[in-house]
Every structure is written in structure tokens, then in C-alpha cells.
Design a protein around this ligand. Structure first.
Ligand code: RB5
Length: 241
């Protein structure tokens, strides 16, 4: 199964799976998750709870009152990771690829992602090579769900983002600031971060990568836009052209 990256993904879970994670979540985690959830998700979760438990959670939700938006996002993200782990989906597997111009930054990024499982598709040196050769492999690993997210780096980032966005299911975002990395997750549910090896420092890259890997998708009005992209992909290239 694909890793859950947003609250809406809970809709694909079976009742058995919902029950499994309900056992593992604290009252606060569940209350915060329900605060951010849409009605169909709330219903799906409530169906699997006793009336008593629902009452307790509702009271707890009220007691929590105003919860900082940052805390909501952090808790939802933590809960989704917990559910992914329980269901055996690995959110820590990250695809990474570069060409020669992105090689140095790729090695730096790998250094500060030690707690993740990195699948490195090359390049393996600064010898000149072609970014599509590694970019397509990493993008496909993300599209197939073999890796939860990806990071692609070439000189400007332009070539890698063109390559990655040719692959159905990939939403690759070429980012030049921490705010862009944040928006790429919140609004675009990007699953690949593209970096410019020749234009950004390793410190900025570290910030962007951290934000990219930990910020959840906001859903809501953005969901509808992402669905239009998915529908376009489903219709297929021939029909669209
Ligand atoms: C390589 O010189 C450079 O063209 C490549 O890394 C990338 O910037 C392409 O978009």
C-alpha cells in the first residue's frame, strides 16, 4: 500500500485498519486528528468507536480549545507516520538522484538524512552525465510507491523538474526558498523536491529538505486542484493531445 501523506488518505483504509490505529493513538492525538478531518473521515473513524469513546473524544476536543495551527500539522503528520508504520508502509524511504552538477549537493543532502532510508539512483561522481538517466529512475520509484518521496538535483533544477513531471503520479516542485518548500507540500502535495545544485547553499538545502519531508498536505480547496491533475493523468496522454 502507498504511504498515507494526508488526512484524506484515511478514506482508503478498511475498518480493521482504522481499529488497529485507534488502539495505538493517544486521546490528544486522536482529538487533534479529528479536529482537522473532513466529515467523511470523521464518520469513518466514529463508526469504529463506541459511543462512550466518541463522547470522551468530543469532550477532549472541546477541552483542547484553540490549538495552534502548527501543532495541528505536526500532530497530524506524526499520527500519519504512526499509522503508516502500523500498516507496514515505509515513509522513511526517500529516492534521491542527481547529475554531475548536482552530485556534491546530493552527497551533502544524504549526510543530513541519516535517519531516513535513502535509495540513491546516482550520479556517482562529478563526471559529466545526463540528468534523465537518473531522474526518471528516481521519479518512477516515487510514482510506484517504492519510495515515499524523492529529491532530485541538477545544476539549475530545471532539467530534473521537467523529467520528473513527465512521470504520472509525480508532482515535482523546483524550490528556491524554505517558503516554497513549505508551500509545495501544503498546497501542491508535492512528492518530489527539486534543488538547484549550482545555485543554493547546502544550509538552505537542509532547511528545504527538512520542511519538505515533514510538512503535511493541507487538503481542502487544494485537494480539488490536485484531483484535476490526477484526472488529466488518468485520461492519458493520447486523449489529451
Ligand atoms: C548540466 O550542465 C546542466 O545543464 C544540468 O545540470 C541542468 O542544470 C539542466 O537543467
Amino acid at each position: 500500500m502507498r504511504a498515507l501523506t494526508q488526512l484524506e488518505d484515511l478514506l482508503v483504509l478498511t475498518d480493521r485498519e482504522i481499529q488497529l490505529f485507534l488502539h495505538e493513538m493517544s486521546r490528544d492525538e486522536l482529538s487533534i486528528l479529528l479536529k482537522g478531518a473532513s466529515l467523511p473521515i470523521k464518520e469513518k473513524i466514529y463508526i469504529n468507536m463506541s459511543e462512550n469513546a466518541i463522547k470522551l473524544i468530543r469532550t477532549n476536543m472541546e477541552d483542547l480549545g484553540y490549538v495552534k495551527i502548527g501543532l495541528i500539522h505536526k500532530t497530524i503528520n506524526k499520527s500519519l507516520n504512526k499509522i503508516n508504520t502500523l500498516l507496514g508502509t515505509d515513509t522513511t524511504k526517500i529516492a534521491i538522484a542527481s547529475d554531475h552538477a548536482g552530485y556534491e549537493l546530493k552527497e551533502n543532502v544524504k549526510d543530513f538524512l541519516r535517519e531516513y532510508k535513502i535509495v540513491d539512483f546516482g550520479a556517482n561522481s562529478e563526471d559529466s552525465m545526463d540528468y534523465p538517466d537518473t531522474g526518471f529512475l528516481a521519479a518512477e520509484a516515487v510514482a510506484k510507491g517504492e519510495c515515499a518521496k524523492g529529491i532530485l538535483i541538477c545544476g539549475s533544477g530545471l532539467g530534473m523538474s521537467i523529467v520528473a513531471n513527465k512521470v504520472n503520479g509525480v508532482r515535482a516542485a523546483l524550490c528556491q526558498s524554505a517558503e516554497f518548500a513549505w508551500l509545495s507540500r501544503q498546497h501542491n502535495n508535492a512528492n518530489i523536491l527539486v534543488l538547484s545544485g549550482r545555485f543554493i547553499s547546502k544550509y538552505l538545502a537542509k532547511d528545504m529538505v527538512n520542511i519538505f519531508l515533514t510538512t503535511p498536505f493541507e487538503g481542502g480547496r487544494h485537494e480539488k486542484r490536485i484531483n484535476k491533475i490526477k484526472e488529466y493523468e488518468k485520461r492519458g496522454k493520447n486523449e489529451n493531445n
